[in-house]
Design a protein. Structure first.
Length: 480
């Protein structure tokens, strides 16, 4: 095996430098398909597509193209493939692992799906709705809720996160405890392959045993296999009666204990944890009043939803839970939103302190309190940690501030190795993107990765679709 090398800024073998004449030719051809206004070559216009929400993952694209429909996406892909131009598909640009932004090479075309935002009629008979990849989650919620239906996945970034991006990353979010991840809520997909052909699995029949599940394969494929253009989504009944409670606890172990009891409630829809440090940061940056008179080491935000008011069953259960030190309850929508804000505003509050190193991981639930307690030792003063997340799935969002550039890799490796040793996953819900591809081997076996490589080669033999995301690059493998 060759000696470990440090990653070069761009892979010289993969991409030829782009001659200005070629750059112009591709832009001109694309403009003929999508219109001049939707091919962005000016650096100022491209900028917001080239940096992620945290500012950590940033790059430079060859151009940004914004097709309006599936046919335009198909023609765009064909033109890019003929020009040998790598493509980075992008939705609402709310990803946190650099999977939707270009590298620094200036060779990639950012393919924004945001204009594919049509929402089809709510099909109550089938409990389905067909949506464009570029529709934002909040737009879908506003579309289906008046009809008495809801989408089973919800996220703090609902106003910007697009459904195509959520599908491409198999987003999880806050309601997985009840409805599963995005994968469980997608019935069918339409996607464009790198050669411009359209893969139509949109029917999403409830029963259809005709071979490989191509829809399931594309969910979570992070734009590396095809470009998702439309999806047929499952709907769940919109439940009118809701109660939210913020529980104050002495420890995360106590939070796990209370969750075990809460899981007996069919109405349980949300179980989110955070700690005293994170709450202090939220109070500071979001300028919110504290939820309790004193601070507690750990907090659990729970929500129950049902046809009939679930407040009583939640209250009975909480009265029996000796671990609960204090409770704040919200029944009205405004009170429930106020309580949820203590958890949902963590991301922006961490961002307000600096550019975080984000490690979204799963650890087996029983190990979660010990994992969090071990973090300071693992970090050895190299970072200021904030942890919060989705307790029921053991999903911890490890947010690290003040990490020196030289410490980023050793710190990431130390945390992810600890996760792997615990039998967890190095990505719970944000995906692998560019940030974690070199660590994929920690929780996926060599056989897994070989199969994934074969799948990638079958869909995208020239490695043009999101080439820096998900699968480790050759130099990353050589460096192990
Ligand atoms: C959340 O659960 C998101 O709020 C973002 O997944 C997590 O900011 C993060 O690390
Ligand atoms: Zn999350």
């Amino acid at each position: 095996m060759s000696e470990p090398q440090s990653p070069p800024p761009l892979d010289p073998e993969m991409f030829d430098p782009v001659e200005p004449a070629d750059r112009d030719r591709l832009a001109r051809h694309l403009a003929a398909v999508v219109g001049d206004a939707h091919v962005l070559t000016d650096p100022a216009l491209r900028a917001s597509y080239e940096t992620d929400f945290t500012g950590r993952h940033t790059g430079r694209s060859r151009l940004v193209v914004r097709p309006a429909d599936t046919a335009q996406v198909a023609r765009t892909l064909r033109l890019c493939r003929d020009a040998g131009a790598p493509i980075v598909p992008q939705g609402g640009n709310t990803g946190l692992v650099g999977g939707g932004v270009p590298t620094g090479a200036g060779t990639e075309v950012v393919l924004s799906l945001r204009r594919l935002n049509a929402l089809g009629p709510v099909d109550a008979d089938a409990r389905r709705v067909t949506v464009g990849a570029g529709a934002a989650l909040a737009e879908l919620q506003r579309h289906v809720r008046p009809h008495g239906w809801d989408f089973g996945v919800d996220l703090a970034s609902r106003d910007s996160a697009t459904l195509g991006g959520m599908i491409a990353t198999n987003a999880g979010g806050e309601r997985v405890v009840r409805h599963g991840t995005t994968r469980a809520n997608v019935a069918g997909i339409e996607a464009v392959l790198v050669d411009g052909s359209v893969l139509d699995r949109l029917a999403g029949l409830p029963k259809d045993n005709t071979g490989y599940d191509l829809t399931g394969l594309l969910v979570g494929s992070e734009g590396t296999l095809a470009v998702i253009t439309r999806a047929r989504l499952r709907l769940v009944p919109e439940l009118p009666e809701r109660v939210t409670a913020l529980l104050a606890l002495d420890s995360l172990a106590a939070a796990v204990g209370v969750l075990t009891a809460l899981r007996r409630l069919e109405s349980l829809e949300l179980a989110e944890f955070f700690t005293a440090d994170g709450l202090a940061l939220v109070l500071k940056h979001a300028r919110l009043p504290g939820p309790f008179r004193t601070a507690y080491p750990a907090y659990l935000l729970v929500e129950c939803a049902a046809r009939h008011d679930p407040a009583e069953e939640l209250a009975v259960l909480l009265e029996e839970a000796a671990e609960v030190r204090d409770v704040a309850v919200g029944r009205q929508a405004s009170d429930r939103r106020r309580l949820a804000a203590y958890r949902e505003r963590h991301t922006e509050s961490v961002n307000a302190e600096g550019i975080p190193l984000k490690l979204d991981v799963t650890v087996p639930l029983a190990d979660l309190p010990r994992f969090v307690a071990d973090l300071p030792g693992l970090l050895a003063g190299r970072a200021r940690p904030y942890v919060f997340g989705h307790l029921a799935e053991g999903n911890v969002h490890v947010n690290l501030l003040d990490v020196a550039p030289d410490d980023e890799e050793p710190v990431t490796e130390a945390v992810l190795r600890r996760v792997a040793e615990a039998g967890g996953s190095i990505s719970a819900e944000h995906g692998i993107g560019r940030a974690k591809s070199r660590y994929l081997h920690l929780t996926r076996s060599a056989t897994d990765i070989a199969v994934m490589r074969s799948v990638k080669a079958a869909f995208d033999p020239d490695r043009l679709l999101n080439p820096h995301a998900l699968l480790p690059l050759p130099w990353e493998e050589a460096g192990r």
